[in-house]
Design a protein around this ligand. Structure first.
Ligand code: CAA
Length: 279
């Protein structure tokens, strides 16, 4: 299967820009939607920078050629009616994601409605929407580099739609895992768990941040340690996922005090210049 002709990506942050990048590089037309014109322009700049980096690394032939497929809109009503796949990558807020997908569903009557949520319930997201076309399509940061797409299915999803989305993800060169809708799916549940335990170990003075990370990097062959990875993902993002998982799965996901304190101080990781490490 090839990639869809027209893909709508809602949200031009780290994940949205990365998702736009991979569909453009594979030949889709991508319409990037943001809340206003300034954010749409910033999102387009992020996509362009990512494609240029891929070209420098010899991963794609021409960033400029891929960018000819990119347009932006600052209103969901302006998304093209022939959109085959819409992927939302707005912040992890169920109400916000529902509002977005509802607007996308009315602008794009035939589109598969995919959410890049890393932990929220796809079943809850699909309520009140054409559920047979609502699917979790979870990409990983940095999207052009990470080989995985986690597809999350719920009871109302059409098997044909799931197969179609699998084909599209594979056409991007990604490997797919299929996971039943459950809190944190397969990846965030385990990844966040290890990250939280690393923070508790730092709190307890078991070892320095550098040594905890080096332990997992060299002892377990992780590409980066769990604390540096938390910095990359964003401490605020990790905190909100942990709070959600603590509510859904119990106190083993309770965020450590150190994580809450750092977020309250604005130490959000790489994006703020300071997290467990200085960037
Ligand atoms: N296109 C665009 N950018 C590319 C690229 C490509 N083809 N290949 C590499 N890059 C970028 C990288 O993203 C990185 O960007 P920055 O300069 O902004 O840091 C830069 O080029 C350097 O890349 P390298 O591969 O040379 O660097 P590296 O060897 O240190 O690898 C890494 C960096 C890929 C991030 C690697 O450390 C890694 O895989 N880390 C683990 C990442 C991970 O676990 N991600 C999952 C996060 S959890 C998540 O995403 C789920 C969630 O819902 C929260």
């Amino acid at each position: 299967m090839s990639v869809p002709g027209t893909v709508a990506v809602v949200g031009g942050g780290t994940m949205g820009a990365g998702i736009a990048h991979v569909f453009l590089a594979a030949g889709s037309r991508v319409v990037l939607a943001e809340a206003d014109a300034d954010r749409a322009a910033a999102g387009a700049d992020a996509v362009a920078a990512s494609l240029r980096k891929a070209q420098e690394r010899g991963k794609i032939a021409s960033a400029d050629a891929a960018l000819t497929g990119l347009t932006t809109v600052d209103s969901l009503a302006a998304l093209p009616a022939d959109t085959a796949l819409a992927v939302e990558a707005v912040p992890e807020d169920l109400a916000l994601k529902k509002t977005v997908l509802t607007a996308v569903a009315s602008a794009c009557p035939d589109a598969v409605l995919a959410s890049n949520t890393s932990s929220l319930s796809i079943t809850a997201l699909a309520e009140g929407l054409p559920g047979e076309r609502v699917v979790g399509m979870h990409f990983f940061n940095p999207v052009p580099v990470q080989a995985l797409v986690e597809l999350v299915h719920h009871a109302g999803l059409s098997p044909e739609v799931l197969a179609r989305v699998r084909g599209w993800a594979e056409a991007l060169g990604k490997t797919v895992i299929e996971v039943r809708d459950s809190p944190g799916f397969a990846t965030s549940r385990l990844g966040v768990f290890v990250g939280l335990e690393a923070i508790r170990m730092l709190e307890e003075g078991v070892a320095s941040a550098e040594d905890i990370d080096t332990g997992m990097r060299l002892g377990y062959a992780w590409p980066m340690g769990p604390l540096r990875l938390t910095d990359l993902v964003g401490l605020d993002v990790r905190l909100s996922i942990a709070e959600h998982l603590a509510r859904e799965l119990g106190p083993r996901f309770e965020p450590p005090a150190l994580l809450r304190e750092k977020v309250a101080r604005g130490e959000l990781g790489r994006k703020s210049g300071q997290g467990f490490f200085t960037w």
